[in-house]
Design a protein. Sequence first.
Length: 753
Amino acid sequence: PVQRSPEERLPTAPEPSGQWSVVKRVLVAGLLFSVLLGFSVLLVYIFRSCGPRPCTTPVCWDLLARYLASGNTSVAPCTDFFSFACGQAKGTDYSFQALAEENKSRLRRILEAPGSWHLGSGEEKAFQFYRSCMDTDAIEAVGAAPLRQVIEELGGWRISGNWTSLDFNRTLRLLMSQYGYFPFFRAYLQPHPTPPYSPVIQIDQPEFDVPLKQEQEQKIYAQIVREYVTYLNQLGTLLGGEPNKVQEHAYLSISITSQLFQFLRPLEQRRAQGKLFRMVTIDQLQEMAPAIDWLSCLQATFTPMPLSPSQLLLVHDLDYLKNMSQLVEEQLSKHRDFLQSHMILGLVRTLSPALDSKFQEARRSLIQKLGELTERPPMPSRPRWMKCVEDTGTFFMPTLAALFVREAFSPSTQSAAMELFTTIKNALISRLRRIPWMDEKTRKETQNRVTQLQVKMGAPEWALEPSLARQEYNDIQLGPSYLQSFLSCVRSLQARIVQSFLQSFPYHRWQVSPWGVNAYYSVPDHVVVFPAGLLQPPFFHPGYPRAVNFGAAGSIMAHELLHIFYQLLLPGGCPACDTRALQGALLCMKHHYETIPLPNGTSFNGSRTFLENAADIGGLAIALQAYSKRLLWHHGETTLPNLDLSPQQLFFRSYAQVDSCHLPPRLVPCQRSTLLLMLKEQLLPETPSPKQPQPSAIEVPTIIFYTYHLGPSFHFTINSSTKVGTPFNEGKTLLPNPSEMSPTFSSLISPQK
């Protein structure tokens, strides 16, 4: 028999049946399906939990209400984003001006809170001043008597028949030092505009109350003069003057004003001639403008600052001062009494807000009529409390600063704002590495400047010290009339300003109040300042979705940060840079903006307005870059409920609330093209046409960032700030439509490869 191996002798398993094989396959397939289904459910859960959730806190509901009130949700954002965001906005609603008014309302609540001050402290004095300002019954009861007393101290005037011919310079000294009024020129103490930025007395052009222009139509000019003479007649009559004498002196006063105005040279003209300012000694100025006793007037105004004939002054328009001096000498030789009346009428005009309702009504009527003649929009009437809050804040700023910050800017809010600023600053540093026209050495220097930048938020350090917040203001005497209290505060404030420049000061001198809404960059101290009043809803809140804070406050922060680099674009500011390419691009953009038509035949200003437009877009690009990077590395993003906007879309909605919703309706067509390129990717994603390639939102365009650096008026001032409360600057934030550009311009704003 054939022998078998041991393996062959082992029993073998029976072959599985076909039915069992099918069951096995079904079980395996079911198991795989269950795993896939569970994994899919898990993925859906993860994605839903990681996606943006609606923010349902009270602050988010309040913000939503603001957006709904200013926008028009019936308009598709991809079709007309401006109308979607700002379709219902009225004037300055929900913009900087509205925020400023909200901050003043908060101060009002603080000042009207019963028993919230410390007896015998500066707080008590501030509250008493506010109450005396609000006591209109007492102001009406005394009428013009306190003002007549002031006029007597100045020597009287011929209008009322009681006039003592005093020395002209004696009256001028009193006006400047005791009443803070400068009828023929302005004198103030500020840092020098060039390094080392030492404090220096500056002599500047006066501020004229009449809206005259160098090339004004004769008909309009005559009407303006007529209205202003009517106003001066009212002032003289209210002070007991004889109508015939009042009218005669009023006409001579407006004649003096008109002649002084003709001596002015526009800033642009002085800049072109290289005569922005000139350093002269008091002695030299005395020889060139001898009608003014410069040494005695300045000594009285800037006490206790030691002054001598060799003291250097910074004079902004020397030719004006020479002509002004000649006019004063002519009036002194012929019409000394008219010159006295001119100065007193100017003082009365300045003090009218502190007088009774008759003076204030005359002032309101003048402003309304002048606005109609010059086609300016009517100014809304302001409640009495707002003026009183402003004056109290001006005279008692250290006291109110501590109270405001304690209520409106908590440590957690400051911490969140500082975190936002750091993120924006890092995005700027990252973008600096991609600037093609900057050489490597300059790039490192600019990065170091950004790194070394100081940032101040909330309020000045010194203003939050309890000893200063409760200082007694011993030099302020309140009463017996509100006008006397007001003038005492004027003198105290002027003395404190002078004293602050004479003392060594370890901190940066803030140019805004803590409740203000103007951010700015200071060149001398290399510091950027964001007051507590700016970092408030609807621009910033720790509880807001991050998209809101980046789009609003973040774009403002980027706006101010970019002012650091203005010197690189000045002539000779960066010898190693590719200046030809940069200046060519700037010139191309400048020409493009000048060709954009505006209503009434106007056009964009080719210099300052254009640079501000580019500045806003540059800040927006940096803020968007910072936010996009934030989205990549941080989860838990939220959005506003019931608005159906993605976080990226909410970013632009927030930016529009800050930068667009305060524009006048006549500029809506221009504003519609403002965000066109940057919104293209976020709001209306589509494949660009081969003929017109679109830049991505993150890379829009580097040339915008370059032009931003110039900033407004950096040639002439030491601070650049985001201004508010000034006449609207036409051309605000306009980014041109690529379809309307020349090929050269379109290539400039394409992404850099």
